[in-house]
Design a protein around this ligand. Structure first.
Ligand code: PDD
Length: 289
């Protein structure tokens, strides 16, 4: 498999990550994940915009333009013949020795960029049947809008849910639902869809943007407003969203059914509109997709 390593496309085995890479030592970096369907990127511009915005939030100067990055990523999926799959890409503040909390001078220390691909089919069974979740306190930092490679808070939450046999962790701060460990969180009550507003407490999801537009097209009212764990208990439907899971029904939370305990009509309608948007950008989705 070929990967991008700085400005080259190389075999994965050729990549050497330095032990003093600041990504490795400090989690001093930004990442993103973008999906391809039928060999075409979905919402690539939005992902690249968020990646650049993340870099600027941590004062990391991009070594390439947005267009250069996009064409490199396109080259990679072509070389690896990715039809339906994910591209993971990340940038760190480079290799600085000796270890020092202070940022190195960017003129002396270039960032390190890597990107890799994986073939990941759409999980239509899960998208129909839904997943389970567990409520976990959100103990992450206060810059959750930055897609930082430091995901310790997220993976600890996911692990807590997984240990108990649940698929995803629904995070809350003082009873207010923020998002999930690796996706945004939504609930439906009396036909209205609720999701946490963007800000420093959640990641501004790209799938969220697509779903907000889908809801508008479908005439489904949406409120980007906070909701509580109590509200969630009374919800008719719940679902999470991300690049990898699209709109994923959550049918059970901590062993208690959400609404009817199966995919509800609102998320199903949003999924239909989501597929229409994929098809508009990437072409028809066949059964195998
Ligand atoms: N995760 N919130 C968190 C904490 C996330 O990690 C993600 C995505 C999202 C949804 O963002 P988007 O719709 O842009 O994928 C929300 C990615 C997929 C990951 O870390 O693999």
């Amino acid at each position: 498999m070929k990967v991008i390593w700085n400005d080259q496309i190389v075999d994965r085995s050729e990549v050497k990550i330095d032990m003093e890479d600041r990504g490795y030592q400090f989690a001093d970096g930004i990442y993103d994940v973008v999906r391809a369907y039928n060999g075409h990127f979905f919402t690539l511009d939005e992902h690249v915009d968020r990646f650049f915005s993340g870099m600027s939030k941590i004062d990391l100067e991009a070594p390439f333009t947005k267009d250069e990055l996009k064409s490199r990523l396109k080259e990679l999926i072509e070389i690896n013949k990715i039809e339906t799959g994910n591209v993971y890409f990340q940038i760190t503040r480079g290799i600085a020795s000796p270890r020092d909390h202070i940022f190195p001078d960017p003129t002396d220390v270039p960032p390190v960029f890597t990107a890799s691909t994986t073939v990941v089919p759409r999980n239509q069974v899960k998208m129909t049947k839904g997943i389970t979740a567990s409520i976990v306190p959100d103990t992450r930092w206060l810059h959750c809008d930055i897609k930082s490679v430091s995901l310790l808070g997220n993976i600890l939450a996911k692990h807590t849910a997984h240990k108990k046999g649940f698929d995803e962790a629904v995070l809350h701060r003082d009873g207010i639902v923020t998002e999930c460990s690796s996706s945004n969180m939504w609930m439906v009550k009396d036909g209205t869809v609720y999701t946490h507003p963007d800000g420093n407490l959640i990641l501004p999801g790209i799938t969220k943007i697509v779903l907000l537009k889908a809801a508008e097209k479908a005439g489904i009212p949406v409120k980007e407003e906070t909701f509580t764990l109590e509200d969630l208990k009374q919800a008719d439907e719940a679902f999470s969203s991300s690049t990898t899971v699209e709109a994923m029904p959550i049918i059970e939370i901590d062993g208690v059914a959400v609404g009817q305990g199966k995919r509800g009509p609102v998320v199903e309608k949003l999924q239909q509109h989501f597929v229409a948007e994929i098809e508009a950008q990437c072409g028809s989705l066949t059964v195998t997709n």
